[in-house]
Structures are given as structure tokens and as C-alpha cells.
Design a protein around this ligand. Structure first.
Ligand code: FES
Ligand SMILES: [Fe+2]
Length: 426
């Protein structure tokens, strides 16, 4: 008789166990015989702290959209691995990112809801030291706008102070880059280039011109489940007939394929994409630049560690998940379109319908992942077996998590076939 699953592991894991390969040996097994990752990955505070550091502090983390940073001085203030990060565009239109802290006495510079700075300057609210959009320290303090008479400003100024040069006090910079409509930051010191991290994704999406897509709708969801449960749920269609009775009408099980090349992502596709009886999700016109196969496919990509994109020929649904503790997630969602698809008459009505559709699907998913979160805290459950025809992407995702937790930097290889049927009994 095989060993019961709940006897495979010690009663408790230590912090040391979480970064030890041995802990994950049943998950590392080939997908046909692998167990899901240990439930502590979703419930334990110590695991969460280490994961924040090793995954979110050392990966290309999505923090928002290029459409939010169109002009110099536009800003996103993002929380990444417990650090507040300012992401902006400089005067040349290049992305720049910095730790959100003043070099003087350490004030947090910008509020979380800041979306732009005035006069292209990041200015400290405490003693008015100011920085440009490249992080360079401009003034200590910057007197502009103050009522201190010019002849008294010298008292405040650091100019001429021995062993102080403001050039030595720029903001602490962070790596930032974008692909398509997504902006990423990486807190690592010397990260692999974003393009190496994404593998063949840019090539797969070349004729979508994703960098031109604009925001059509947005909505935030907050719920009580670990962010990885959202990711896992996104990667499998196994739950469709039971959780999404409406979706299964327009997205048939047998039309699903794995669609994964090398890269820090998991991918699935539906082909041919179904219209549904009332025109379904294809009411808006598709982009004209798409190849025939892209025009008939829906692409579902999860980019490690935190963003899901569902790319249709005429719109994309983006889910950016932000962990807020082991059992809480803030999810920012957007519907994006290429401007071409928005030109048609009635696009507003179509977008309203799409918003209703994605909200329904997303709420059904949130309900079920909250139930998974509740179940995972049962001490009897120490991990389960996957239905590997459908759940190989989850295995790939678990392996990426484990790689980071144990300090292994590598990008997974892809499938041998371009489209691998998932609904098969072979
Ligand atoms: S702390 Fe920022 S200027 Fe003093
Ligand atoms: Fe779902």
C-alpha cells in the first residue's frame, strides 16, 4: 500500500525547509505523478515572507500598464516585495524606477495614489529636496514655490557643505522595462534581461502590436485567497463545466490546447474561438494586422509571478494580482483594446457587455479560490494529485516557484508541439 499523502511530510516545516529542494521532491516529480506544492505555500506567514523576498524581490514583476505612463512625469507607485517603488517616464520617454524614499532623512516621497508629478520633479514633502525623472538630486532644498527670500536661502542650502555633493545623492534606482502593454520592475541587482525572461512570448504576439493597446475599462477586486490560487485557477480549464456554466457555452473543452514555448510563463489557447449564440465576446472588430490563426484564437498567458492576460483578437482582459499577506489578494483588472477595435459604432455597448461577462467569470473564480484557501488550512490536507492532462501548466508554475525558493535561476523550456491538445485521454 502506498504511503498516505498526509504522512509524506513532517508535521511542521521550518524556514530552512522552505528554501530546501528536498521539501519539494514530490512536486518536482514528473507531472503524471507529481503532487501539488505544499499547502504552507498558500497559508504560512514565514513562507510568505521568504516568497516575497525570493520571488517578488527577484523577478520581473508586473506593476501596471504602459497606458498609465504615457507622458514624462506620469507615475505609478507600486508595492513590490514590501517595498514602495516609483515608476515613471523621463523626458526622453524612457521608463525609470526608484525606491520611494528621500535620500535626506528617509521620507516616503510619493503617496500610493499619486499618478503624476508636477514640473517633472519628484519633490520631498519634508524639507523639499527635489529629484528629476532620472532620479538626479536637483536641489537641497528646492526653493521654488517657497516664500523664503532669496538672500536667506543660503542658510538652508547644502551647497558648499564639506564632503557633501548632491550628485552623490540620487534616488536609488530599480530596473524597469516593458513588453507590449505591460510594465515590469525587477528589484534584483543584476537581473536577466526582460526579453530573456519572457522567452518566445514577444515573437508569439508580434502581430498583435500590444504596445499600442489602450485601456477601455478597469475594475478592482479584493478577496481572501493567496495570489497563487488565482494563477493556478487561470491556468486550467478543468473547472469550466462546474464553475462557469455560461463560459462553457462559448468556450468548448475540446477546443483547448497548451501553448507554451520557453519563457517564464504558462500558456493555453482556445481554437477556434467560439462566437457564442449572441456574438459572445467577439462583438468588437478584430485587429487587422493579425494572422489568420491569431484571428481565430484566444490566448491565455500567465507571466510569472503575478499577471494573467487573456488576449482575444479584439480585446484583452488583464488581471494583475498583488499579494497582500498569505490569504489576501488585491487584483487590478483592465479590458484593453487596440484603438482600431474601438472605432466601430456601438463599441461602448460592446464594452459594457464584455465588462459584465468578465466580471461574472471573475466573481465565479474568486468564489472558488476563496473556498480553496479555506480548505488548504485543514491540517489533514498536505497536497493533492493533479489531473495532468489539464493541469500541466500548474506543474510548470509550481516548478518556477520552487526554483526561486531554492535559489535556482532558470527559464523553463517549451512544449515540442505548437498546440498540444489538452482534452484527450492519451
Ligand atoms: S527627508 Fe526628504 S528632504 Fe528631508
Ligand atoms: Fe475560471
Amino acid at each position: 500500500m502506498s504511503v498516505p499523502y498526509n504522512k509524506l511530510y513532517p508535521d511542521h516545516f521550518t524556514a530552512e525547509d522552505y528554501i530546501n529542494e528536498e521539501t519539494y521532491k514530490y512536486t518536482r516529480a514528473p507531472v503524471e505523478s507529481a503532487m501539488t506544492i505544499i499547502p504552507d505555500a498558500f497559508t504560512n506567514k514565514t513562507f510568505y515572507g521568504i516568497e516575497q523576498d525570493k520571488i517578488f524581490g527577484n523577478s520581473w514583476v508586473n506593476i501596471g500598464l504602459t497606458a498609465q505612463l504615457q507622458n514624462p512625469g506620469d507615475v505609478i507607485v507600486a508595492d513590490v516585495a514590501g517595498q514602495s517603488i516609483i515608476v515613471t517616464r523621463n523626458k526622453q520617454g524612457e521608463l525609470r524606477a526608484f525606491y520611494n524614499v528621500c535620500r535626506h532623512r528617509g521620507v516616503k516621497l510619493l503617496n500610493n495614489d499619486c499618478t503624476a508629478v508636477r514640473s517633472n520633479r519628484i519633490r520631498c514633502p519634508y524639507h523639499s529636496w527635489a529629484y528629476d525623472l532620472d532620479g538626479k538630486c536637483l536641489g537641497t532644498p528646492l526653493f521654488e514655490g517657497s516664500d523664503i527670500p532669496p538672500d536667506q536661502q543660503g542658510v538652508f542650502n547644502m551647497k558648499g557643505v564639506a564632503k557633501f555633493a548632491k550628485e552623490d545623492y540620487p534616488l536609488f534606482s530599480v530596473h524597469a522595462d516593458s513588453w507590449g502593454f505591460l510594465i515590469f520592475v525587477n528589484l534584483g541587482e543584476n537581473p536577466m534581461p526582460l526579453l530573456d525572461y519572457l522567452g518566445d512570448l514577444p515573437q508569439r504576439f508580434a502581430n498583435y502590436k500590444l504596445e499600442e493597446w489602450v485601456i477601455a475599462r478597469e475594475k478592482e477586486f479584493i478577496f481572501e485567497a493567496n495570489y497563487k490560487l488565482v494563477a493556478e485557477n487561470f491556468m486550467e480549464y478543468y473547472h469550466l463545466p462546474w464553475v462557469h456554466p455560461e463560459l462553457i457555452q462559448v468556450s468548448r473543452m475540446e477546443d483547448h490546447y497548451r501553448w507554451q514555448g520557453p519563457g517564464m510563463y504558462t500558456g493555453m489557447t482556445t481554437w477556434p474561438i467560439s462566437q457564442g449564440e449572441d456574438g459572445g465576446w467577439l462583438g468588437l472588430p478584430p485587429m487587422s494586422s493579425l494572422s489568420d490563426i491569431n484571428r481565430e484564437s484566444a490566448r491565455f498567458i500567465f507571466i510569472f509571478p503575478n499577471v494573467a492576460i487573456s488576449v482575444m483578437p479584439n480585446h484583452t482582459f488583464v488581471m494583475l494580482t498583488k499579494p497582500d499577506g498569505p490569504a489576501r489578494t488585491i487584483e487590478q483588472t483592465w479590458i484593453l483594446c487596440h484603438p482600431e477595435s474601438l472605432e466601430a459604432d456601438g463599441s461602448d455597448t460592446e464594452l459594457d457587455q464584455l465588462t459584465d461577462f468578465w466580471t461574472l467569470v471573475n466573481e465565479q473564480d474568486i468564489d472558488i479560490v476563496q473556498r480553496v484557501q479555506a480548505g488548504l488550512s485543514m491540517k489533514a490536507y498536505r497536497g493533492g494529485r493533479m489531473c495532468y492532462h489539464f493541469e500541466e501548466p500548474i506543474h510548470r508554475f509550481h516548478n518556477m516557484i520552487i526554483d526561486k525558493m531554492v535559489g535556482m535561476e532558470r527559464v523553463p523550456q517549451g512544449d515540442a508541439k505548437e498546440q498540444l491538445p489538452m482534452f484527450t485521454s492519451d
